[in-house]
Design a binder for this molecule. Structure first.
Ligand SMILES: *Cc1c(COP(=O)(O)O)cnc(C)c1O
Length: 420
């Protein structure tokens, strides 16, 4: 459930008409609903209330906007970060370092040192080599890193191949059958406190069954490790819960997810950690856009050319993803159209042959479910700059990220003397 609804024939974000935001901030613009973020955070936590000890860390890569992170921090969430930049953001948003989990397959020496110095709560180590490097950096500083070993359970998450992370051929984690040896070697190193294991098999999971299989494998691993006399106090079960991108689509609920986890983990006696991203932020944001013109085509549906493009919302071009597209002030009629952006790439296509509200030049429309992996994946391709982001809170809204103009970007570029 979200707070982007029609009232008197016009689309609102909570109690603010989207047309007002378009007028005052311009388009394209991302609009987030604070109430929706909070609702999702609470429903997620409620789903896990059947578990004894839980730590929730919002996956910053889904939406790193500082205001979004602040909402999550106020909801008691920590942060799952995958770069030094995301770590800095989480700390800037006021998340306690202890509540930050550092994931990522290619943390460099500088980032490992940054995490140690900040005192972050857990490093999710993705290879033996990374563990050895972290141990050396920590020992040299006289510090100890709390760590989990990320395992690759070789389970097909049944999601898009580009967001699948738990198959043997994916780059993430260590093969689960090699985990006991690696865990034992790392646990013996000064500088590391090996406290558990982590798993994350992919994103936009529409079925709990692959997760359950992965978690069962993790359960056996935990028993093996303890059987070897090793300590396991934490298990990080990652994120990945899917969201409905199409009206009426049904996804596993946080309550069903929690019930499955309670069943699988009942004998584990650990603190369970979670890293949800999309399920919190996805439906808490839309991309508001204006129709530039409607162009007839020779042999098919017309092209509805909008002012948002693949550089602003990359998911359709990257993964062929579907985003519902709705008029802000529906005229009542329907049309079949191809929805495209202005970028000079055929891939700059949001939908082909889609039945949508009737659109004319100048009309406003939204791409729904754009709160996760939306603004954060933007580029400045075609020198389009970066769109503004707005957060609505009841009757008010604030710009939470300024629009970055093409001239702001090229201001950082230099023509050397020997060319001028
Ligand atoms: C991306 C990612 C997440 C979040 O995934 P969602 O599908 O957005 O919940 C969690 N953990 C790790 C390690 C990730 O890379």
């Amino acid at each position: 459930m979200d707070h982007f609804e029609l009232k008197n024939g016009e689309l609102y974000a909570e109690n603010v008409p989207l047309a007002r935001i378009a007028e005052e901030v311009g388009t394209p613009v991302y609009v987030y609903s604070r109430a929706t973020l909070e609702r999702h955070a609470r429903v997620f936590r409620e789903g896990l209330s059947v578990l004894p000890r839980v730590h929730c860390a919002f996956a910053v890569k889904a939406n790193p906007n500082l205001a979004v992170l602040k909402v999550m921090q106020r909801e008691g969430f920590g942060a799952d970060v995958v770069s030094g930049g995301e770590m800095a953001r989480a700390l800037a948003a006021g998340m306690p370092a202890q509540d930050v989990v550092f994931s990522g397959v290619g943390k460099n020496a500088r980032e490992l040192a940054q995490g140690l110095e900040a005192g972050i709560g857990q490093f999710n180590i993705e290879s033996e080599e990374e563990g050895v490097e972290l141990a050396a950096i920590a020992a040299a500083k006289g510090l100890t890193a709390s760590c989990a070993l990320r395992v690759n359970p070789d389970v097909d998450a049944g999601t898009h191949e580009k967001i699948s992370t738990g198959k043997a051929e994916n780059k993430f984690g260590v093969p689960i059958d090699r985990a006991p040896g690696i865990y034992a070697r790392l646990a013996a190193m000064p500088g590391l406190d090996m406290r558990g294991v982590a798993v994350h098999i992919g994103s936009q999971l529409s079925d709990l069954e692959p997760m359950e299989r992965a978690f069962e494998k993790v359960g056996s691993l935990v028993s093996d490790l303890r059987g070897q006399g090793l300590t396991v106090t934490h298990v990080d079960l990652g994120g990945g819960l899917g969201v409905p991108y199409k009206a009426g689509e049904i996804m596993p609920s946080p309550a069903e997810y929690g019930a499955m986890i309670a069943r699988v983990t009942k004998d584990w006696d650990v603190t369970l950690m979670f890293e949800p991203g999309r399920v919190i932020a996805g439906n808490a944001g839309i991309l508001l856009t204006r129709v530039i013109r409607v162009k007839r085509s020779s042999n098919g549906p017309p092209f509805v050319i909008v002012d948002a493009a693949m550089n602003d919302l990359a998911r359709p071009a990257l993964y062929g993803s579907w985003h519902d597209f709705d008029a802000v002030k529906p005229r009542g009629g329907k049309m079949t159209a191809n929805i495209v952006g202005p970028i000079c790439e055929t891939g700059d296509t949001f939908a082909m042959g889609r039945e949508i509200d009737t659109m004319e030049a100048g009309d406003l429309a939204v791409f729904r479910t754009a709160g996760a992996y939306g603004a954060t994946m933007a580029s400045s391709y075609n020198s389009r700059g970066f769109v503004a982001e707005v957060m609505v809170d009841g009757d008010v809204y604030a710009t939470v990220a300024d629009r970055i103009l093409p001239e702001d970007i090229y201001a950082a570029e230099r023509v050397p003397d020997w060319l001028s």
